[in-house]
Design a protein around this ligand. Structure first.
Ligand code: ADP
Length: 781
C-alpha cells in the first residue's frame, strides 16, 4: 500500500470567519488544553467576541516573538480552531484564558475590523495512515523516546506516559507528544503544519532525538557542577569544624586568622604594586590551607621571610670622612696605607655619589684585621653590618637560595645577610671570596658576580624569595687570603687593598694597645685587677704563636685573662699581675722555640724564603750527594714548579761547571738528593730557584754556605735572577728568623719601599741580577 498522502484528498470541511487570537512563542495543537494570560487589547477583544458567539476562536502564532503589533504577513497561516473553556479577569488589563485546541485550520486572509483581527479559515484534515509495520515501528519509537525524555526531564509529570499508551494514530500521537515537550515554537509550528501524519511523526522523531541528546549533555554538566559544589561545601564544612576545634583548644595559629595579620603587616611595608600583589595572593593561598599541614608551615615560613626583609628600610649614611679616619685610627694600629686607601675610596664615593663599581677587596693572611676593618668602616658610615662567609661554598643555591619546591628550602646567604642587617643599605662583608669552589651544582661565583654587578643587582632574584630585591644600595666589601685564587671575573670588579703580615713590634703594639683593653672588657676585668708586663707580651708572641696576624695572640691573652678571673674569684687575690713565669704556668710549655741561627757555615744547606697565603716563612733546602749515575731525587712535598726549578738548577750547573769549579762528569757519577724539610707542608712556586741552585753548587763544589743569609728569586737557564712576589712577608720571616742578610732579585728593589721600617733597618739587602752575585755573597771560598 502506498503511504504517501494524496494532497488532493485534503478536504475542506467548513468555511468560516473567526476572531483571531495571536500567540507569542506558543503553538496550540488539537486536543490540547492550554491556559495562559493575555494582555494585548486586540486579543482580549477577540476572546470576548468569541465568548459572545460560539466560543470558537482561531489561535495562531506570530513568527517573531518580540513583535508587539504583528501584521498579516507576520503571522503563520496554520493554526487551530480552539474552544474557549473559561476566562478570568485578573485585573490590570490581564485576562486569563483556558482554551482547548479542536482542529487544525488555515487562515485564508487576515483582516482587522478596527477592534480585533479576524480571518476566514479553512479547516484542514490530517491524512491518517494505516498501521503497517513501518508505521507501527514509528509509533513505538516515538513512545520509547518520549518515555526516555520523561525520565530525564524532571519538570514533566511522568503520568503523561499513561496518556499515550492507548493512542494508535500517528498524527494524534505526534500532536500529543509535541504539545508536551520543550521544543522551539518554530519547530512545533513545523509539526503543526505537517498534514501528512507519517512525515509529521518522522519530523517529531528527529526533533525529539535531538532534544534528548541535548538533555543528556545538560544532565552531565549539572551532575559535574553539583559534584564540585558538593566538594567545596564539604571542604568548607570540614575547615569550619577544624577552626572551631582549634578555637576551643585555644590554638590561634590558624592560617585563616594569621593570614589576616600578615596582610596587615604587608600593607604597612609600603611595597611596590607587583610585590604587594604577589604577597597578598600568597597570604590568600595560605588562609585556605589546613592548619598544621606541612604545606601551611612552608607557606608561613615563606611569608614571614618576605615580611622580615627590609624592602624599604634604610639607615642614613654618615658622610663625615673625618669620623671615618678617627674610628679607623682608634680601632686599628698601623695599617696606614690601608686606612689611606679606604679614606680615598670613600671620598670618591662621596663626591660622585656613586657607590656602584666600588667593591673593596681586602687581601691578606688571616688575623691581620680584614674583618675588623670592615666593621669599623660600617661603624664610621653609620651602616648596619652583616658578614657572609663564602669559604667552601660550592653550590650556587647557597648564594641564591633554593627553590621553594625543595623540602627545607631557605633563602640564600645574601638575602639572609640583608635580613639580619635589617636595612637595605648595610655593609655586607663577603668573607674568603678566594675559597669559593665550583662543582656540578653550578658556579657560585657566577651568582656572586650578579650580586656585585651594579647593572644587575637592583633586581637580584633569590630562588626562594622569588621576588626581585634591590641590592644596589648595599656596600659590599670582600676579603681574601690569596688574590690569585679569586675567580677572575670577580677580581676584575674589585679594588684590591693588601694587608700584610705583622712584624714582631706591630704585634706587640696591637696586643698592648688594642687587644688587651678589648679583652679586659670582654672578660669582666679592669686594669686594677689585671696587668701584664711587656716582656710577657713579647714572650707570648714569640713562644706561643706562629702566625701572620694576631688571632692566636688574642686567643692566648684571652685564655690568660680567663684563668686570672678564676684566680680572683677562687682565691684571696684581688688582682693578678702577669709576668713570664705566670705565662708559662698558665699556658703550659712553650710551643715554639725561637729559631736559633747556626752561625757556622754549612755545605749543601741554604735558607730560602717562601710566601704562603698565611704569611711568610723561611724554607731551608738541603742537598746531599751520593755515588751513583746522575739520578736527581726531590722530596719534601714540592709542587711541579719547584721540581722544574730543581731541573733548571741542574742544567745550569752542567753548562757552567768550569766557572763554578765543579767536575764536568759529576752527573755521571753522582746521585743528587734535594730535600725541603717540614715535608708535610705543600710548597710550590718558582721563587726557590736561587736557593736550590746555591745548595747544589755548595754541595758539588764543596763550598760552605753562610747561615746568616736568606735568599729568594726565580732563575733562568742562563743564570739570571728574576723578581718574585710577597717580599714583605718573606722579609718579615727572615727578620723573625734572626737572619742578617737577605739576597733578593734586583728587580724587586722598588718593593723595598713597602717593607716595614723596622725590618728594613735590621736587615742588609743584597740585590742580585744574576746567580754570580748570589754565589759571591753566600758561598765561602
Ligand atoms: P681577619 O679578618 O683578617 O682574619 P680579624 O679582623 O678577624 O682578621 O682580626 C683578628 C683580631 O685581631 C681582631 O680582634 C682584630 O680586632 C685584631 N686586629 C687585627 N689587626 C689589628 C690592628 N691593626 N689593630 C688592632 N686590632 C687588630
Amino acid at each position: 500500500m502506498n503511504d504517501k498522502p494524496n494532497e488532493n484528498k485534503l478536504v475542506t470541511v467548513e468555511k468560516n470567519i473567526l476572531p483571531v487570537l495571536i500567540l507569542r512563542g506558543l503553538v496550540v495543537f488539537p486536543n490540547m488544553a492550554l491556559n495562559f494570560d493575555i494582555s494585548r487589547k486586540k486579543s482580549i477583544l477577540a476572546v470576548e467576541k468569541a465568548m459572545n458567539a460560539n466560543q470558537e476562536i482561531f489561535v495562531v502564532a506570530q513568527k517573531e516573538i518580540n513583535m508587539e503589533r504583528p501584521k498579516s504577513k507576520d503571522l503563520y497561516d496554520m493554526g487551530v480552531v480552539a474552544k474557549i473553556r473559561q476566562i478570568l479577569y485578573q485585573g490590570g488589563n490581564i485576562l486569563r484564558v483556558l482554551i482547548e485546541g479542536v482542529k487544525r485550520a488555515k487562515s485564508k486572509n487576515y483582516f482587522f475590523d478596527g477592534e480585533y483581527v479576524k480571518s476566514e479559515i479553512i479547516i484542514c484534515k490530517s491524512l491518517s495512515q494505516n498501521l503497517n509495520a513501518k508505521n507501527k515501528a514509528l509509533l513505538r519509537k516515538a513512545k520509547e523516546l518520549f518515555a526516555d525524555y520523561l525520565s530525564i526531564y524532571p519538570k514533566i509529570p511522568p503520568d503523561l506516559l499513561i496518556g499515550i499508551k492507548s493512542i494508535k494514530d500517528l498524527g494524534e500521537i505526534s500532536d500529543y507528544i509535541t504539545s508536551n515537550i520543550m521544543l522551539e515554537y518554530s519547530e512545533k509550528q513545523e509539526i503543526l503544519e505537517e498534514l501528512n501524519t507519517v512525515k509529521r511523526i518522522e519530523k517529531l522523531l528527529v526533533f525529539l532525538n535531538n532534544e534528548l541528546n541535548i538533555l543528556k549533555i545538560e544532565n552531565d554538566i549539572a551532575i559535574k557542577l553539583k559534584d564540585s559544589i558538593d566538594k567545596n561545601q564539604k571542604d568548607y564544612f570540614l575547615r569550619e569544624q577544624i577552626r572551631v576545634i582549634s578555637q576551643e583548644l585555644g590554638e590561634d595559629d590558624e592560617p585563616y586568622y594569621e593570614s589576616r595579620d600578615y596582610i596587615k603587616k604587608i600593607k604597612k611595608l609600603n611595597l611596590d604594586k607587583d610585590i604587594l600583589k604577589k604577597l597578598k595572593s600568597e597570604c590568600d593561598r595560605f588562609s585556605k590551607m589546613p592548619s598544621g599541614s606541612s604545606e601551611a608551615s612552608m607557606c608561613r615560613s615563606y611569608i614571614e621571610e618576605c615580611i622580615g626583609l627590609p624592602w624599604n628600610k634604610r639607615t642614613r649614611d654618615s658622610s663625615n670622612l673625618e669620623k671615618v679616619s678617627e674610628i679607623l685610627d682608634k680601632n686599628h694600629f698601623g695599617l696606614n696605607e690601608v686606612k689611606e686607601r679606604i679614606s680615598e675610596i670613600l671620598a670618591v664615593k662621596k663626591l660622585t655619589k656613586n657607590i656602584k663599581n666600588q667593591i673593596i677587596c681586602l687581601v691578606g693572611p688571616p688575623g691581620v684585621g680584614k674583618t675588623s676593618i670592615a666593621k669599623s668602616i660600617s661603624e664610621s658610615l653609620d651602616k648596619k653590618f652583616a658578614r657572609v662567609s663564602l669559604g667552601g661554598i660550592k653550590d650556587e643555591s647557597e648564594i641564591r637560595g633554593h627553590r621553594r619546591t625543595y623540602i627545607g628550602a631557605m633563602p640564600g646567604r645574601i638575602i639572609s645577610a640583608i635580613k639580619k642587617a635589617g636595612t637595605k643599605n648595610p655593609l655586607v662583608l663577603l668573607d674568603e671570596i678566594d675559597k669559593l669552589c665550583k662543582d656540578y651544582h653550578g658556579d657560585p661565583s657566577a651568582a656572586l658576580l650578579e650580586v656585585l654587578d651594579s647593572e644587575q643587582n637592583n633586581k637580584f632574584l633569590d630562588h626562594y624569595i622569588d621576588i626581585p630585591f634591590d641590592l644596589s644600595e648595599v656596600f659590599f666589601i670582600t676579603t681574601a687570603n690569596d688574590k690569585s685564587e679569586i675567580p677572575l671575573p670577580l677580581y676584575d670588579r674589585m679594588e684590591v687593598i693588601n694587608l700584610y703580615s705583622y712584624t714582631y713590634e706591630e704585634k706587640f703594639n696591637i696586643a698592648k694597645n688594642h687587644l688587651i683593653p678589648k679583652l679586659l672588657l670582654k672578660n669582666g676585668l679592669s686594669r686594677r685587677k689585671f696587668t701584664i708586663d711587656d716582656a710577657s707580651i713579647y714572650y707570648i708572641i714569640d713562644c706561643y704563636t706562629k702566625e701572620a696576624g694576631v688571632r692566636e695572640v688574642e686567643r692566648k691573652i684571652s685564655s690568660i685573662m680567663r684563668k686570672a678571673a678564676k684566680l680572683i674569684l677562687t682565691t684571696k687575690n684581688k688582682s693578678v699581675n702577669v709576668n713570664k713565669k705566670l705565662v708559662l704556668k698558665m699556658l703550659g710549655p712553650e710551643k715554639f722555640k725561637k729559631e736559633k741561627i747556626n752561625r757556622k757555615s754549612e755545605i749543601g744547606l741554604v735558607r730560602g724564603l717562601a710566601w704562603t697565603s698565611v704569611g711568610g716563612e723561611t724554607m731551608p733546602i738541603e742537598v746531599s750527594l751520593m755515588k751513583g749515575k746522575g739520578k736527581v731525587q726531590i722530596t719534601g712535598s714540592l709542587g711541579d714548579v719547584m721540581k722544574e726549578s730543581a731541573q733548571l738548577a741542574v742544567s745550569y750547573i752542567r753548562s757552567n761547571y768550569s766557572k763554578l769549579g765543579i767536575n764536568q762528569d759529576f752527573y755521571n757519577k753522582t746521585d743528587i738528593h734535594i730535600h725541603a724539610p717540614e715535608g708535610a707542608v705543600q710548597k710550590d712556586g718558582p721563587s726557590a730557584g736561587v736557593t736550590m741552585t746555591t745548595a747544589l753548587v755548595s754541595a758539588l763544589s764543596n763550598r760552605p754556605v753562610r747561615q746568616d743569609i736568606a735568599m729568594t728569586g726565580e732563575i733562568t737557564l742562563k743564570g739570571r735572577v728574576l723578581p718574585i712576589g710577597g717580599l714583605k712577608e718573606k722579609t718579615i720571616a727572615a727578620y723573625k728568623a734572626g737572619v742578617k742578610t737577605v739576597i733578593i732579585p734586583s728587580e724587586n728593589k722598588n718593593d723595598l719601599y713597602n717593607i716595614d721600617e723596622k725590618v728594613k733597618k735590621s736587615l742588609h739587602f743584597i740585590m742580585a741580577e744574576n746567580l754570580d752575585t748570589v754565589f759571591k755573597n753566600s758561598l765561602e771560598k
